[in-house]
Design a protein around this ligand. Structure first.
Ligand SMILES: Nc1nc2c(ncn2[C@@H]2O[C@H](COP(=O)(O)OP(=O)(O)OP(=O)(O)O)[C@@H](O)[C@H]2O)c(=O)[nH]1
Ligand SMILES: [Mg+2]
Length: 436
């Protein structure tokens, strides 16, 4: 995805820069997938992130640990960013953060972890949801709903203790589900900390009660709830992991989302390249057509206008300086001869055809010819709009070559890389990590 981003964002030869020169808005695809974690207080959201990236990054504990919205993302060095810096790093969160009054309660944790698909994922860890008078420093309902719209995957965690009994959690889940209607699998539900749920029978009871509570909500009663059970596996003591654990399926769901987004980005890349090529061809064709017509219009326009002006000048001259012995006389200058020829020819045509146009018919016709020639001449010359200069045509050919090369050299290669990576990621995600 980073490689794809570079193809868009390179300074002069990137697809965005070429698009800008052509007057097209080309947007680089998103570089990462956003996974939103929502749930009751102490449901294990932060612990899941820490386990996924195999780093103790987020504070965990039974107290209300997470009180800010935290973006956990991969980077070159370990760093923590505040609200403003987060908005700089993720400009598409600006509007959302301002609407929910979130700027002061927004943090980014950058980790160098390369575990699982983490380099391609940004997790959003949200504060635990509780009922009562606890005041959040921002409008949590709006914030989570807007974050849900931005995220590609939302995971809702219910723990055996909290279940789906928290009104605030249910309100938010309902909103998220309504916003995600039509996007199957976007909001997923998990029973977290399943190892604390007791026996198989207890666990089953907890799942039933939780889904029943969810289904009481009108917007949720038509949702077919699947509630995989997950818990953080104990790597040191495999015997402690007797309870079935579907945490690796959650990793698989994240992988799937990543693959889906990468595939969309690759298809978008091909589409953008083709769009740019079409636009360049269109411009070049337009320029060619314009150039061939340009010369023709220039010559025709010039000839018509000169003929009209010549005839006008000639007639004025002939009227101002008529020959002493009249136009039938022998002492005619060449100009007067043309005028006389045109004039008498037209008069004769009308006379022969018995037209009642009279003696002035020839003059009218003469004037008509002058006006027609002038109109055609001016019309042709006014069509001579700007055309592309040689340098501009050369630059377009260069851009075309760059886009063609970018597409040919990268589409297949990135697709193969993606297929290779997704196979690798899948294997990694389902393989248990060796240590934590
Ligand atoms: N047994 C067990 N304990 C867990 C599991 N996941 C988390 N915990 C514990 O549950 C407590 C709360 O975990 P957190 O990860 O802080 O929960 P959270 O949802 O981030 O909590 P808030 O940020 O307060 O909303 C911590 O003491 C964790 O050690 C799990 O899978 N099994
Ligand atoms: Mg937390």
């Amino acid at each position: 995805m980073q490689k794809l981003q570079a193809l868009y964002n390179t300074d002069h030869t990137g697809l965005c820069a070429i698009g800008q020169r052509l007057g097209l808005k080309i947007h680089a695809p998103q570089s990462k997938v956003t996974v939103l974690l929502v749930g009751n207080h102490s449901a294990g959201k932060s612990s899941f992130i820490n386990w996924y990236i195999q780093e103790n990054l987020q504070k965990t504990g039974v107290a209300m640990e997470t009180n800010t919205v935290t973006l956990v993302t991969h980077g070159q060095k370990r760093e923590t960013l505040g609200g403003e810096a987060t908005i700089q790093a993720f400009p598409y969160f600006k509007d959302l953060a301002e609407r929910a009054g979130l700027v002061g309660s927004l943090t980014t944790q950058i980790s160098t972890s390369r575990e699982r698909a983490f380099p391609l994922v940004t997790f959003i860890d949200t504060p635990g949801l509780v009922d009562g008078d606890l005041k959040y420093t921002f409008d949590i309902e709006t914030a989570i709903t807007l974050l849900g719209a931005k995220a590609e995957l939302t995971c809702v965690f219910f723990d055996p203790l909290g279940q789906a009994l928290c009104k605030r959690t249910l309100d938010i889940v309902e909103r998220l589900q309504i916003a995600a209607s039509g996007q199957q699998g976007k909001v997923r539900y998990y029973l977290s900390k399943a190892d604390t749920a007791g026996t198989d029978k207890d666990r089953f009871k907890v799942i039933t009660q939780t889904t029943q509570n969810l289904c009481r909500r009108p917007a949720l009663n038509s949702v077919a709830f699947e509630m995989p059970v997950i818990y953080i596996p104990d790597e040191e003591d495999p015997l402690a992991n007797r309870v079935p654990n579907q945490i690796y399926e959650l990793c698989g769901a994240i992988d799937e989302t990543v693959q889906h987004v990468v595939q969309n980005s690759l298809n978008g890349f091909k589409h953008d390249c083709q769009h740019l090529l079409e636009k360049i061809d269109e411009k070049l064709e337009w320029s060619l057509r314009r150039k061939s017509r340009w010369f023709r219009d220039l010559v025709t326009g010039f000839l018509c206008l000169s003929a009209a002006l010549g005839m006008l000048f000639m007639s004025l001259y002939s009227i101002l300086y008529p020959p002493e012995d009249g136009y039938q006389g022998a002492m005619l200058s060449p100009g007067q001869r043309v005028y006389a020829a045109v004039y008498y020819a037209t008069v004769n045509v009308f006379a022969i055809s018995g037209s009642s146009f009279g003696t002035y018919g020839g003059i009218y016709l003469f004037a008509l010819v002058v006006v027609a020639l002038a109109i055609v001449g001016i019309g042709k010359l006014s069509r001579l709009g700007p055309t592309l200069t040689k340098a501009e045509v050369k630059a377009l050919h260069h851009d075309k070559e760059v886009v063609q090369r970018t597409l040919e050299n990268n589409f297949e290669r990135l697709y193969r890389l993606y297929l290779g990576e997704s196979v690798g990621d899948g294997a990694q995600a389902t393989a248990k990590p060796s240590s934590f």
